[in-house]
Design a protein around this ligand. Structure first.
Ligand code: UD1
Ligand code: UDP
Length: 372
């Protein structure tokens, strides 16, 4: 089986790493990087940390508006798929790279009429917040895909509600696989700044609807003015918003450059609490057993909230301090069931691709056509 994988943004390198490793054991993978993220700390660092092979193709699309970026991806990806004629295309998550790859794969046909199947990993997530570009991207990717590989029962229910249950399969979350792999290696990678503080809050923030909206960004930053140090690896979108805006960081926030995955896992596991608007970091907080404060109005990862490990506080400037002062929430002595799977999602995904591929190949066989 020959699979063409498309990634482009930081969380997709994390998700693709375990699947790529499992896939390459028995199959051919062509790894295409759209170039959506390109700084060393946003891209190459992840390939090094996961000991992943370099991408076979980099489309070098870079930054731009949604339309310009997605359009360039469509234009540059189509000939690559035609040149490699993969049996299937594999996409991850909900970025513009996901959207573009899903659109290309679902419409392309090779000479002779053969078409690749399309599989979407992390299918079925919904925030029900239509302002998020990610919500549009993931809805389109799910509806174009032949296989919706879902991480949770909640995601399966969302797919069923949209009539996609026949294409949906619960495989667990590949970020658990990635995290389990990294935990064993992260110990030596704790950044020096964290060693200087016994107790710190780890902060990440990059959602466009937070950092590009001063009416949310300012109260969130005000709310992070605490008695505790806050270690803040700053995403480039957020760095640009801070440079543009008039609102500076409170003195207790320690901004650092984005860190690699092993450093991040080390920072997470030592944190007193994590404050974030990231999807992946909410789950990693749970996996690390660290209370999480989500700086959004909702979350796709509802299980972490239901289990009592995550609190969604929106942009309320008083909520972070109040949550840190809530002893019941900060007390880690509560169950932490395996909500996101058993770290074998990658193997299940490869098995699902193999059986879908076998079905498609069988349906296409000449005997079958003659018999019909
Ligand atoms: C993208 C995804 C988002 C995901 C996030 C992960 C979309 C619509 N958004 O958001 O879902 O959570 O990645 O981090 O696809 N920049 C750099 N260097 C880089 C990359 C970006 O300087 O290597 C700067 C550029 O100024 C760029 C801005 O960051 O315009 C935003 O990058 P972009 O990829 O458009 O969106 P993200 O906010 O990263
Ligand atoms: N991450 C990282 N270094 C950082 C910030 C995040 O390695 O400085 C990792 C994080 O551990 C998680 C992934 O990047 O695995 C999440 O990506 P991001 O928050 O950018 O996107 P989201 O998950 O919100 O789509």
């Amino acid at each position: 089986m020959r699979v063409l994988t498309v990634v482009g943004a930081r969380p997709q390198f994390v998700k693709a790493a375990p699947v790529s490793r499992a896939l390459r054991a028995d199959h051919d993978e062509i790894l295409v990087h759209t170039g959506q993220h390109y700084d060393d700390a946003m891209s190459a660092a992840f390939f090094r940390d996961f000991e992943m092979p370099e991408p076979d193709v980099n489309l070098e699309v870079g930054s731009g508006s949604h339309g310009a970026m997605t359009g360039e991806m469509l234009r540059r990806l189509e000939p690559v798929v035609l040149a490699h004629e993969p049996d299937g295309v594999l996409v991850y998550g909900d970025t513009n790279s996901t959207l573009a790859a899903a659109v290309v794969a679902s419409k392309i046909a090779y000479d002779g009429g053969r078409r690749p199947w399309l599989a979407h990993v992390e299918a079925g997530l919904r925030s029900f917040n239509r302002r998020m570009p990610e919500e549009r991207n993931r809805i389109v990717a799910d509806h174009l895909s032949d296989m919706c590989l879902a991480p949770t029962a909640a995601a399966m229910a969302n797919l069923a509600r949209e009539g996609l249950d026949e294409r949906a399969l619960l495989v667990g979350d590949v970020m658990v696989d990635a995290h389990a792999w990294a935990v064993e290696r992260a110990g030596a990678h704790l950044p020096a700044v964290a060693r200087e503080h016994d107790r710190y809050v780890l902060l990440t923030m990059h959602r466009a609807e937070n950092v590009d909206d001063p009416s949310r960004f300012a109260p969130i930053l005000d709310g992070l003015s605490l008695d505790l140090p806050v270690i803040f690896p700053v995403h480039p979108r957020t760095r640009a918003a801070l440079e543009r805006g008039s609102h500076g960081l409170p003195d207790n926030i320690i901004p650092i450059a984005p860190v690699g995955y092993l450093e991040m896992v080390a920072l997470e596991s030592r944190a007193y609490a994590i404050a974030t608007d990231s999807g992946g970091v909410q789950k990693e907080a749970y996996l690390s057993g660290v209370p999480c404060i989500t700086l959004r109005s909702e979350t796709e990862w509802v299980e972490t909230v239901e289990a009592g490990w995550n609190r969604v506080v929106d942009a309320d400037p008083t909520a972070v301090a109040a949550t840190l002062a809530d002893e019941a929430f900060m007390n880690r002595d509560r169950p932490r069931p395996a909500l996101y799977g058993d770290a074998h999602a990658a193997a299940r995904i490869v098995a699902a691709l193999e059986s879908h591929h076998a079905r498609v190949t069988e349906a296409r066989s000449p005997q079958k056509e003659t018999a019909q």
